[in-house]
Design a protein around this ligand. Structure first.
Ligand SMILES: [Ca+2]
Length: 334
């Protein structure tokens, strides 16, 4: 059975997108763990879409809903390694060129911790180990066996690599959601959020000797999350239907007139690839460079250089219908 650590910035819902894909990934990982498809060793939290502490509260709440008690949830980094603007976040808020500022929406001079908008926080405590210590301990115990799903900024992984220089060589593979390749040039004109949040961490992880598969915005934007799928899950009476219904209610309370039906859904990609790699295609080997010049407006922007024989694969395409089927099967039959 695959041994897995999920490292993520777990928000619960996003006003524009409805139920957050970060939260869905925690549910998917919980289901795969319950159905004995993976051995989920733990979930480590990092700031990004929400502040790290909020991610811990959200993750513990989600695991409570899934009646899972024995998965360690670790605290990780609140701030990025270096990104000095982010250490003074007020300087970033309201910058028009940024589409999404994530945790910076909850900032008034300090990272805010908000209540769960429905129900109570979990009474379960987080694990006493810090994210990087937990990851180092696990890969040392199971060298060459652990898959890390890195669905948020890469600060925790970079810190693990700084603390244990052999950390990356002991990981089996890292599946990373981050960066933008062609999409940046063509439409976005900005860095992708996860890498923008902590460009130095992304740089350190990508230049490590770990076996890495990267899922940039280029492929994320091809995914589809449909409202009709959402209702199929709610109506399936599966173990996640009630959670979907509650979060859906929050979405509609905020957007009573929204008619958005097809939206991309990013974070599920790493889970889908781990379980069904045959869904994916157009995989290119290469090396990635990241702009780590804080004075540049392209801070955090990635460039791919195609090169054979590197440890880094970048995935550009997927079978959208097969991806939807994988997601729906998992969520409606659990
Ligand atoms: Ca995320």
């Amino acid at each position: 059975m695959k041994k897995v650590i999920l490292d993520a910035d777990v928000s619960l819902y996003t006003p524009d997108l409805g139920f957050s894909d970060d939260a869905i990934v925690v549910l998917m990982a919980s289901i795969l763990f319950s159905q004995k498809h993976i051995d989920l060793l733990g979930i480590s939290c990092v700031s990004g879409n929400v502040w790290m502490r909020q991610g811990v509260v959200n993750t513990l709440w989600l695991l409570d809903q899934m009646k899972i008690k024995d998965i360690p949830v670790c605290k990780g980094a609140t701030f990025p390694l270096k990104n000095e603007f982010l250490h003074v976040p007020s300087r970033y808020v309201d910058r028009p060129e940024l589409h999404w500022v994530g945790a910076l929406n909850s900032w008034n001079g300090t990272p805010l911790l908000e209540d769960i908008p429905f129900g109570e926080r979990s009474k379960t405590q987080s694990d006493p180990r810090m994210a990087e210590d937990f990851m180092i301990e696990m890969v040392s115990k199971y060298p060459g066996e652990i898959t890390i799903l890195a669905n948020g900024p890469l600060t925790n992984l970079a810190r693990a690599g700084q603390k244990d220089p052999k950390f990356f060589s002991k990981v089996k593979e890292i599946l990373i959601l981050g960066g933008a390749i062609d999409e940046y040039e063509s439409q976005l004109q900005r860095a992708e959020f996860n890498f923008w949040w902590d460009p130095e961490a992304a740089h350190q992880v990508l230049k490590s000797d770990a076996s890495i598969t990267l899922f940039p915005l280029d492929i994320c934007l091809k995914t589809e999350n449909r409202r009709e799928d959402y209702y199929k899950i709610v109506e399936s009476n599966s173990s996640v239907s009630a959670i979907y219904q509650r979060l859906d209610q929050v979405y509609w309370d905020h957007h009573p007139k929204s008619d958005k039906k097809h939206l991309p859904i990013f974070d599920l990609i790493t889970v889908a690839y781990m379980i069904k790699p045959s869904i994916f295609s157009d995989i290119r080997k290469g090396s990635i460079s990241i702009n780590c010049d804080e004075r540049s407006k392209n801070y955090g922007v990635t460039k791919l250089k195609i090169k054979k024989g590197t440890h880094l694969s970048v995935v550009f395409d997927l079978n959208v219908q097969a991806f939807r089927k994988f997601y729906l099967d998992l969520m409606t039959k659990c």
